[in-house]
Ligand binder design. Structure first.
Ligand SMILES: NC(=O)c1ccc[n+]([C@@H]2O[C@H](COP(=O)([O-])OP(=O)(O)OC[C@H]3O[C@@H](n4cnc5c(N)ncnc54)[C@H](O)[C@@H]3O)[C@@H](O)[C@H]2O)c1
Length: 386
């Protein structure tokens, strides 16, 4: 795949364009708004030049990379592309109508990909004349730095296209993982309890925001605690993902959102970007108010058990393989280790006991233990050595 088209030059489109050009592809970047397109090109130039200044790339290579990018406001410029990646706003009808137009411009063997975070690839493919060429290629932000890429075949996708996209991503220095076309794919599904269980513990008054954050960083080795991370992502963005996964899974109580986060989002307390969220920010830094921390091991254990349960269920439902699930959380959300590997280290039986205790205490389906986790515990087996 020599020539790559990218539609939308917002935060994701410009990152994908930068990555594709430094990986040696000719790039056609199409954006509807001329100003955004100019800003995106200037941004990519700045980022590539910065790479060269830091010695990560030589100057000739930097100039050549920038020269490989062609910017346009017309979809017709995508005519000679071998792959087109769409990164416009998250709107199903808009994406479908764009792909419909693109299909009449590109050649019959051009692969069409969407960078959607939450929409069904199968649904988008369903509106195409050649649905077998549609695939999801889900990058993480910022694209040139984040190593994980989720590849999502629609049920109609030709299997060789999955392999083609995987090898291309390896060539770009990425770690591709394959996910079934289900809500949240891998990362946005498996990581939900990191936020939701932390919120639940806080909502019940079991621990403070700062204690929960410290339990996860100090005891768990996570880079950021859940509340610091939600503030970093933006409470509006994080709440919207939680709500969409909850709805998409037919209101499964496992993914139930929290009113605390909804209210923060409604108040415009979005986190770091608005100067206030769970924390107040001064010069972009969260201001901690507690002088001492009294975090409990049980806080960390409870959140970790819920994360492991979600990872196990994702494997059980055939959404992704064991290795891809663990790779997704270490490379996509920087967890200190894979959740299924972590389960083995703690002992799967112990995780099952923790979940059963929560289930018996609350009598809520939210805490039901994954069938796979229970089977492995009953066999006194492990995820990795079995
Ligand atoms: N931002 C993230 O962290 C992130 C991460 C992974 C995936 N995604 C997904 O990537 C996609 C893009 O997200 P984003 O954050 O870059 O959005 P964004 O709003 O920053 O950029 C979208 C761009 O698409 C342009 N656009 C809209 N209609 C167009 C059209 N008809 N033709 C050409 N350009 C058009 C807009 O002008 C805008 O510049 C979404 O589907 C989102 O879910 C986002």
């Amino acid at each position: 795949m020599k020539k790559i088209g990218i539609i939308g030059a917002g935060s994701m489109g410009r990152g994908i364009a930068q990555q594709a050009s430094i990986s040696g592809h000719e790039v056609v970047l199409v954006e509807i708004q001329e100003k955004t397109l100019n800003d995106a090109f200037a941004f990519i130039q700045k980022m590539i030049n910065r790479f060269a200044e830091k010695g990560k790339m030589d100057n000739t290579e930097a100039v050549a990379s920038i020269g490989r990018i062609y910017c346009s406001t017309y979809l017709s410029s995508l005519e000679k592309c071998d792959l087109v990646i769409e990164a416009v706003v998250e709107n199903l009808e808009l994406k479908k109508s764009i792909f419909n137009k693109v299909e009449s411009i590109v050649s019959a063997d051009c692969i069409l990909a969407s960078n959607t975070s939450s929409l069904s690839i199968t649904n988008i493919a369903g509106s195409l004349r050649h649905p077998e060429r549609m695939i999801g290629i889900h990058f993480f932000n910022p694209v040139p730095l984040m190593k994980l890429v989720e590849i999502i075949p629609a049920i109609q996708t030709k299997s060789e296209y999955v392999e083609d996209c995987k090898s291309m991503m390896v060539g770009w220095g990425k770690y591709p993982v394959v996910a079934k076309d289900t809500p949240g794919f891998i990362v946005n599904k498996v990581a939900r309890p990191f936020y939701s269980e932390a919120l639940r513990i806080y909502d019940e008054g079991i621990a403070s925001i700062e204690d929960i954050d410290h339990a996860m960083t100090d005891l768990g080795g996570f880079r950021m605690g859940p509340f610091t991370l939600m503030d970093y992502i933006g409470n509006d963005v994080n709440y919207a993902v939680t709500e969409s996964v909850f709805e998409a899974f037919y209101y499964d109580p496992r993914y139930k959102p929290s009113f605390t986060q909804k209210r923060l989002s409604e108040a415009g307390w979005l986190g770091r970007k608005s100067g206030r969220g769970y924390y107040t920010y001064v010069d972009g830094k969260p201001q901690k108010t507690q002088e001492e921390f009294h975090y409990q091991k049980s806080t960390f254990q409870r959140i970790l058990a819920m994360l492991i349960n979600e990872a196990a269920d994702t494997m059980h439902m055939g959404i992704a393989s064991r290795d891809d699930i663990d790779l997704a959380v270490t490379k996509g959300v920087n967890y200190p280790k894979g959740l299924l590997q972590w389960a083995d280290e703690i002992g799967v039986g112990l995780v099952v006991n923790q979940l059963d205790e929560l289930y018996h205490h609350y009598r809520e389906d939210r805490y039901r233990c994954s069938g796979l986790l229970r089977t492995i515990a009953e066999r006194q087996s492990t995820f990795y050595d079995a």
